[in-house]
Design a protein around this ligand. Structure first.
Ligand code: GLA
Length: 345
Protein backbone atom coordinates (compact mmCIF):
# COMPACT_ATOMS: atom_id res chain seq x y z
CA UNK A 1 0.00 0.00 0.00
CA UNK A 2 1.58 3.36 -0.99
CA UNK A 3 2.27 5.87 1.80
CA UNK A 4 2.24 8.83 -0.53
CA UNK A 5 0.56 9.63 -3.86
CA UNK A 6 0.31 12.61 -6.17
CA UNK A 7 -2.38 13.16 -8.80
CA UNK A 8 -3.07 15.86 -11.35
CA UNK A 9 -6.45 16.93 -12.75
CA UNK A 10 -6.39 19.25 -15.77
CA UNK A 11 -8.89 22.00 -16.45
CA UNK A 12 -10.75 22.02 -19.75
CA UNK A 13 -11.73 24.11 -22.71
CA UNK A 14 -14.97 23.29 -24.48
CA UNK A 15 -14.56 23.92 -28.19
CA UNK A 16 -18.31 23.75 -28.76
CA UNK A 17 -21.44 22.07 -27.35
CA UNK A 18 -22.55 24.21 -24.41
CA UNK A 19 -25.42 23.41 -22.05
CA UNK A 20 -25.89 20.16 -23.92
CA UNK A 21 -24.35 17.72 -21.42
CA UNK A 22 -27.29 17.60 -19.02
CA UNK A 23 -29.62 17.38 -22.02
CA UNK A 24 -28.21 14.04 -23.24
CA UNK A 25 -26.54 15.95 -26.07
CA UNK A 26 -23.11 16.37 -27.66
CA UNK A 27 -20.00 18.36 -26.73
CA UNK A 28 -16.42 18.70 -27.99
CA UNK A 29 -14.11 19.58 -25.07
CA UNK A 30 -10.40 19.05 -24.49
CA UNK A 31 -8.20 18.96 -21.38
CA UNK A 32 -5.61 21.74 -21.03
CA UNK A 33 -2.18 21.81 -19.38
CA UNK A 34 -3.22 23.95 -16.40
CA UNK A 35 -4.99 22.21 -13.54
CA UNK A 36 -4.85 21.10 -9.92
CA UNK A 37 -2.29 18.87 -8.23
CA UNK A 38 -3.14 16.97 -5.05
CA UNK A 39 -0.65 15.06 -2.93
CA UNK A 40 -1.91 12.59 -0.35
CA UNK A 41 0.16 11.17 2.51
CA UNK A 42 -1.31 8.47 4.73
CA UNK A 43 -1.99 9.68 8.30
CA UNK A 44 -2.30 6.13 9.63
CA UNK A 45 -5.71 6.95 11.15
CA UNK A 46 -9.11 8.08 9.86
CA UNK A 47 -8.34 11.79 9.81
CA UNK A 48 -8.22 14.05 6.78
CA UNK A 49 -5.99 17.09 7.09
CA UNK A 50 -6.40 19.17 3.98
CA UNK A 51 -4.29 22.19 3.07
CA UNK A 52 -5.08 24.56 0.20
CA UNK A 53 -1.54 25.79 -0.35
CA UNK A 54 -2.47 28.75 -2.58
CA UNK A 55 -4.98 30.01 -0.02
CA UNK A 56 -2.98 29.22 3.09
CA UNK A 57 -6.11 27.55 4.47
CA UNK A 58 -6.69 24.18 6.17
CA UNK A 59 -9.48 21.82 7.16
CA UNK A 60 -9.37 18.79 9.47
CA UNK A 61 -12.10 16.18 9.94
CA UNK A 62 -12.59 12.45 10.34
CA UNK A 63 -13.65 10.17 7.50
CA UNK A 64 -17.37 9.56 7.95
CA UNK A 65 -17.72 12.92 9.74
CA UNK A 66 -17.84 15.14 6.63
CA UNK A 67 -21.15 16.88 7.28
CA UNK A 68 -22.04 19.65 7.86
CA UNK A 69 -20.25 20.92 4.79
CA UNK A 70 -18.54 24.29 5.04
CA UNK A 71 -18.46 26.35 1.85
CA UNK A 72 -15.63 27.08 -0.56
CA UNK A 73 -12.85 24.61 -1.34
CA UNK A 74 -13.54 22.61 1.86
CA UNK A 75 -16.88 21.49 0.43
CA UNK A 76 -15.01 19.84 -2.46
CA UNK A 77 -12.67 17.91 -0.17
CA UNK A 78 -15.37 16.80 2.25
CA UNK A 79 -17.65 15.98 -0.67
CA UNK A 80 -14.95 13.92 -2.39
CA UNK A 81 -14.28 11.68 0.62
CA UNK A 82 -17.99 11.34 1.40
CA UNK A 83 -18.94 10.48 -2.18
CA UNK A 84 -16.07 8.01 -2.66
CA UNK A 85 -17.20 6.24 0.51
CA UNK A 86 -20.84 6.35 -0.59
CA UNK A 87 -19.78 4.63 -3.84
CA UNK A 88 -18.28 1.82 -1.77
CA UNK A 89 -14.69 2.69 -2.65
CA UNK A 90 -11.83 2.22 -0.17
CA UNK A 91 -10.39 5.25 1.62
CA UNK A 92 -7.57 5.97 4.04
CA UNK A 93 -6.94 8.95 6.28
CA UNK A 94 -4.60 11.41 4.57
CA UNK A 95 -2.84 14.71 4.69
CA UNK A 96 -3.83 16.41 1.46
CA UNK A 97 -1.90 19.24 -0.15
CA UNK A 98 -3.74 21.05 -2.91
CA UNK A 99 -2.06 23.35 -5.40
CA UNK A 100 -3.53 24.84 -8.57
CA UNK A 101 -2.17 26.40 -11.73
CA UNK A 102 -5.62 27.37 -12.94
CA UNK A 103 -7.66 30.47 -12.05
CA UNK A 104 -10.71 29.70 -9.93
CA UNK A 105 -14.08 30.71 -11.39
CA UNK A 106 -12.52 31.69 -14.72
CA UNK A 107 -14.54 29.15 -16.68
CA UNK A 108 -11.74 26.63 -17.18
CA UNK A 109 -13.24 24.09 -14.77
CA UNK A 110 -11.01 24.56 -11.78
CA UNK A 111 -13.76 22.74 -9.84
CA UNK A 112 -13.64 19.59 -11.95
CA UNK A 113 -9.82 19.67 -11.94
CA UNK A 114 -9.90 19.72 -8.12
CA UNK A 115 -12.52 16.96 -7.80
CA UNK A 116 -10.72 14.69 -10.24
CA UNK A 117 -7.27 15.22 -8.67
CA UNK A 118 -8.66 14.61 -5.17
CA UNK A 119 -10.39 11.39 -6.17
CA UNK A 120 -7.38 10.02 -8.07
CA UNK A 121 -4.93 10.81 -5.26
CA UNK A 122 -7.21 9.29 -2.59
CA UNK A 123 -8.03 6.18 -4.63
CA UNK A 124 -4.34 5.59 -5.39
CA UNK A 125 -3.50 5.97 -1.69
CA UNK A 126 -6.05 3.26 -0.87
CA UNK A 127 -4.67 1.06 -3.67
CA UNK A 128 -8.15 0.95 -5.23
CA UNK A 129 -8.79 -0.53 -8.67
CA UNK A 130 -8.98 2.05 -11.45
CA UNK A 131 -12.49 3.51 -11.69
CA UNK A 132 -13.54 4.05 -15.35
CA UNK A 133 -14.27 7.62 -16.55
CA UNK A 134 -18.09 7.64 -16.52
CA UNK A 135 -18.57 6.32 -12.97
CA UNK A 136 -15.70 8.47 -11.69
CA UNK A 137 -17.12 11.55 -13.44
CA UNK A 138 -20.48 10.80 -11.79
CA UNK A 139 -18.87 10.64 -8.33
CA UNK A 140 -17.13 13.98 -8.99
CA UNK A 141 -20.30 15.59 -10.23
CA UNK A 142 -22.16 14.33 -7.14
CA UNK A 143 -19.61 16.32 -5.13
CA UNK A 144 -20.59 19.42 -7.04
CA UNK A 145 -24.33 18.72 -6.96
CA UNK A 146 -24.67 17.61 -3.34
CA UNK A 147 -21.85 19.44 -1.56
CA UNK A 148 -21.25 22.59 -3.55
CA UNK A 149 -24.84 23.21 -4.67
CA UNK A 150 -24.22 23.47 -8.41
CA UNK A 151 -26.41 21.15 -10.45
CA UNK A 152 -23.76 20.76 -13.15
CA UNK A 153 -23.48 17.92 -15.67
CA UNK A 154 -20.59 15.63 -16.59
CA UNK A 155 -18.83 17.67 -19.30
CA UNK A 156 -16.00 19.09 -17.22
CA UNK A 157 -15.15 15.93 -15.32
CA UNK A 158 -15.13 13.75 -18.46
CA UNK A 159 -12.97 16.29 -20.30
CA UNK A 160 -10.51 16.32 -17.42
CA UNK A 161 -10.44 12.53 -17.10
CA UNK A 162 -10.31 11.61 -20.80
CA UNK A 163 -8.08 14.33 -22.24
CA UNK A 164 -5.33 13.47 -24.67
CA UNK A 165 -2.74 15.46 -26.53
CA UNK A 166 -3.69 17.00 -29.88
CA UNK A 167 -7.31 15.88 -29.71
CA UNK A 168 -10.66 17.12 -28.55
CA UNK A 169 -13.28 14.55 -27.55
CA UNK A 170 -16.71 14.24 -29.08
CA UNK A 171 -18.78 13.16 -26.11
CA UNK A 172 -22.23 11.74 -26.68
CA UNK A 173 -23.97 12.06 -23.33
CA UNK A 174 -26.82 9.77 -24.40
CA UNK A 175 -24.86 6.78 -25.70
CA UNK A 176 -21.81 7.32 -23.50
CA UNK A 177 -19.51 7.07 -26.50
CA UNK A 178 -16.40 9.29 -26.45
CA UNK A 179 -14.46 9.64 -29.71
CA UNK A 180 -11.18 11.57 -30.02
CA UNK A 181 -11.26 14.20 -32.77
CA UNK A 182 -7.87 15.38 -34.05
CA UNK A 183 -7.35 19.09 -33.54
CA UNK A 184 -4.87 19.93 -36.26
CA UNK A 185 -4.62 23.70 -36.07
CA UNK A 186 -1.38 24.25 -37.98
CA UNK A 187 -0.50 27.94 -37.59
CA UNK A 188 -3.92 28.76 -36.13
CA UNK A 189 -4.30 29.27 -32.38
CA UNK A 190 -7.04 28.83 -29.81
CA UNK A 191 -6.92 31.36 -26.99
CA UNK A 192 -9.00 32.03 -23.91
CA UNK A 193 -9.66 35.51 -22.58
CA UNK A 194 -10.96 36.06 -19.07
CA UNK A 195 -14.01 38.35 -18.91
CA UNK A 196 -12.86 39.33 -15.42
CA UNK A 197 -16.22 38.33 -13.95
CA UNK A 198 -15.93 35.38 -11.57
CA UNK A 199 -18.78 32.95 -11.65
CA UNK A 200 -20.17 30.29 -9.39
CA UNK A 201 -22.61 27.80 -10.83
CA UNK A 202 -24.19 27.42 -7.41
CA UNK A 203 -25.16 31.08 -7.43
CA UNK A 204 -25.65 31.92 -11.10
CA UNK A 205 -28.68 31.17 -13.27
CA UNK A 206 -27.19 27.76 -14.16
CA UNK A 207 -29.60 25.77 -12.01
CA UNK A 208 -32.53 27.82 -13.47
CA UNK A 209 -31.56 26.80 -17.00
CA UNK A 210 -31.49 23.15 -16.01
CA UNK A 211 -34.95 23.54 -14.52
CA UNK A 212 -36.23 25.17 -17.72
CA UNK A 213 -34.92 22.28 -19.82
CA UNK A 214 -36.69 19.82 -17.53
CA UNK A 215 -39.89 21.87 -17.86
CA UNK A 216 -39.60 21.81 -21.65
CA UNK A 217 -39.27 18.02 -21.61
CA UNK A 218 -42.26 17.69 -19.32
CA UNK A 219 -44.38 19.94 -21.54
CA UNK A 220 -43.46 17.83 -24.59
CA UNK A 221 -43.64 14.43 -22.90
CA UNK A 222 -40.05 13.52 -23.80
CA UNK A 223 -37.38 12.23 -21.46
CA UNK A 224 -34.58 14.53 -22.64
CA UNK A 225 -34.05 17.36 -25.14
CA UNK A 226 -32.07 14.93 -27.31
CA UNK A 227 -35.46 13.62 -28.41
CA UNK A 228 -36.58 17.06 -29.50
CA UNK A 229 -37.69 17.43 -33.14
CA UNK A 230 -37.74 20.89 -34.77
CA UNK A 231 -41.51 20.62 -35.27
CA UNK A 232 -42.05 20.37 -31.51
CA UNK A 233 -40.61 23.84 -30.82
CA UNK A 234 -43.90 25.55 -31.63
CA UNK A 235 -45.55 23.71 -28.76
CA UNK A 236 -43.37 25.40 -26.17
CA UNK A 237 -44.09 28.76 -24.55
CA UNK A 238 -41.36 31.40 -24.20
CA UNK A 239 -38.65 31.21 -22.93
CA UNK A 240 -38.68 27.39 -23.04
CA UNK A 241 -38.90 27.40 -26.85
CA UNK A 242 -35.70 29.45 -27.09
CA UNK A 243 -33.85 27.30 -24.56
CA UNK A 244 -34.83 24.12 -26.41
CA UNK A 245 -33.90 25.60 -29.80
CA UNK A 246 -30.43 26.39 -28.50
CA UNK A 247 -29.89 22.79 -27.38
CA UNK A 248 -31.17 21.35 -30.67
CA UNK A 249 -28.98 23.61 -32.80
CA UNK A 250 -25.94 23.40 -30.53
CA UNK A 251 -25.91 19.60 -30.87
CA UNK A 252 -25.94 20.03 -34.66
CA UNK A 253 -23.07 22.55 -34.39
CA UNK A 254 -20.94 19.97 -32.56
CA UNK A 255 -21.16 17.57 -35.48
CA UNK A 256 -20.72 20.38 -37.99
CA UNK A 257 -17.50 21.29 -36.13
CA UNK A 258 -16.28 17.68 -36.20
CA UNK A 259 -16.89 17.66 -39.98
CA UNK A 260 -15.18 21.02 -40.49
CA UNK A 261 -12.13 19.84 -38.52
CA UNK A 262 -11.96 16.67 -40.61
CA UNK A 263 -11.92 18.84 -43.76
CA UNK A 264 -9.34 21.17 -42.22
CA UNK A 265 -11.83 24.01 -42.72
CA UNK A 266 -10.90 26.26 -39.79
CA UNK A 267 -12.81 29.34 -41.06
CA UNK A 268 -15.96 27.18 -40.85
CA UNK A 269 -15.06 26.25 -37.25
CA UNK A 270 -14.78 29.98 -36.51
CA UNK A 271 -18.24 30.63 -37.95
CA UNK A 272 -19.66 27.82 -35.78
CA UNK A 273 -18.09 29.38 -32.67
CA UNK A 274 -19.75 32.69 -33.54
CA UNK A 275 -23.11 30.98 -34.06
CA UNK A 276 -22.76 29.20 -30.71
CA UNK A 277 -22.08 32.49 -28.96
CA UNK A 278 -25.07 34.20 -30.56
CA UNK A 279 -27.29 31.33 -29.46
CA UNK A 280 -25.97 31.30 -25.88
CA UNK A 281 -26.45 35.08 -25.73
CA UNK A 282 -29.85 35.41 -27.40
CA UNK A 283 -31.64 32.07 -26.97
CA UNK A 284 -30.13 30.52 -23.85
CA UNK A 285 -29.43 33.92 -22.24
CA UNK A 286 -26.38 32.91 -20.21
CA UNK A 287 -23.95 35.52 -21.55
CA UNK A 288 -23.19 38.87 -19.92
CA UNK A 289 -22.06 42.28 -21.25
CA UNK A 290 -18.50 41.49 -20.10
CA UNK A 291 -18.46 38.15 -21.94
CA UNK A 292 -19.87 39.82 -25.07
CA UNK A 293 -17.20 42.52 -24.81
CA UNK A 294 -14.44 39.89 -24.51
CA UNK A 295 -15.81 38.18 -27.63
CA UNK A 296 -15.81 41.55 -29.44
CA UNK A 297 -12.19 42.16 -28.39
CA UNK A 298 -11.11 38.85 -29.88
CA UNK A 299 -13.03 39.50 -33.09
CA UNK A 300 -11.57 43.00 -33.36
CA UNK A 301 -8.09 41.43 -33.18
CA UNK A 302 -8.94 39.26 -36.17
CA UNK A 303 -10.34 36.07 -34.58
CA UNK A 304 -12.16 33.88 -37.08
CA UNK A 305 -14.72 33.16 -34.37
CA UNK A 306 -15.21 33.52 -30.64
CA UNK A 307 -17.70 32.50 -28.00
CA UNK A 308 -18.38 32.39 -24.31
CA UNK A 309 -17.44 29.09 -22.78
CA UNK A 310 -18.83 26.92 -20.00
CA UNK A 311 -21.90 27.68 -17.94
CA UNK A 312 -21.84 31.45 -18.56
CA UNK A 313 -22.66 34.39 -16.28
CA UNK A 314 -18.91 35.11 -16.15
CA UNK A 315 -15.70 33.22 -16.80
CA UNK A 316 -13.72 33.11 -20.03
CA UNK A 317 -14.32 33.26 -23.74
CA UNK A 318 -12.63 31.20 -26.44
CA UNK A 319 -11.32 32.57 -29.72
CA UNK A 320 -9.91 30.93 -32.84
CA UNK A 321 -7.12 33.04 -34.33
CA UNK A 322 -5.87 32.61 -37.89
CA UNK A 323 -2.17 33.10 -38.58
CA UNK A 324 -1.21 36.73 -38.05
CA UNK A 325 -4.24 37.64 -35.91
CA UNK A 326 -3.47 39.53 -32.70
CA UNK A 327 -4.01 37.87 -29.35
CA UNK A 328 -5.28 40.65 -27.06
CA UNK A 329 -3.52 41.41 -23.77
CA UNK A 330 -4.28 38.74 -21.22
CA UNK A 331 -5.24 36.08 -23.77
CA UNK A 332 -3.81 32.63 -23.04
CA UNK A 333 -3.10 30.11 -25.76
CA UNK A 334 -4.66 26.72 -25.04
CA UNK A 335 -4.04 23.36 -26.67
CA UNK A 336 -5.24 19.85 -25.92
CA UNK A 337 -3.18 18.14 -23.24
CA UNK A 338 -3.17 14.78 -21.49
CA UNK A 339 -6.00 13.78 -19.17
CA UNK A 340 -6.00 13.37 -15.40
CA UNK A 341 -3.33 11.05 -14.04
CA UNK A 342 -1.59 9.69 -10.98
CA UNK A 343 1.92 11.16 -11.00
CA UNK A 344 3.38 9.30 -8.02
CA UNK A 345 2.29 6.28 -6.05
C1 GLA B 1 -20.50 24.10 -16.71
C2 GLA B 1 -20.95 22.75 -16.17
C3 GLA B 1 -20.99 21.69 -17.26
C4 GLA B 1 -21.75 22.19 -18.48
C5 GLA B 1 -21.31 23.59 -18.88
C6 GLA B 1 -22.17 24.18 -19.96
O1 GLA B 1 -19.17 24.04 -17.12
O2 GLA B 1 -20.09 22.32 -15.13
O3 GLA B 1 -21.55 20.51 -16.75
O4 GLA B 1 -23.13 22.11 -18.27
O5 GLA B 1 -21.32 24.48 -17.78
O6 GLA B 1 -21.96 23.50 -21.16
Amino acid sequence: MPGHTVAFGPGRVNLIGEHTDYNDGLALPFAIDAGVRVSATATGDQSIRAHALDLGASDTYMLGGEAPSPGGWRAFVRGATAELAAAGLPLRGATLEIEGTIARGAGLSSSAALEVALCLALLALADADVVPPWPLARICSQVENEWVGANTGLLDQLASLCGRENAAMRIDFRSGVIVPVALALGEWRLVTLDSGVRHSHAESGYNDRRRECAQACEALGISSLRELEPAMLGRLAAPLDARARHVLEENARVDATVDALARGDLPAVGALLDASHASLRDLYEVSTPELNAAVDTLRAGGAAGARMMGGGFGGSVLGLLPPGALAPDGAIEVRPGAGARVLER
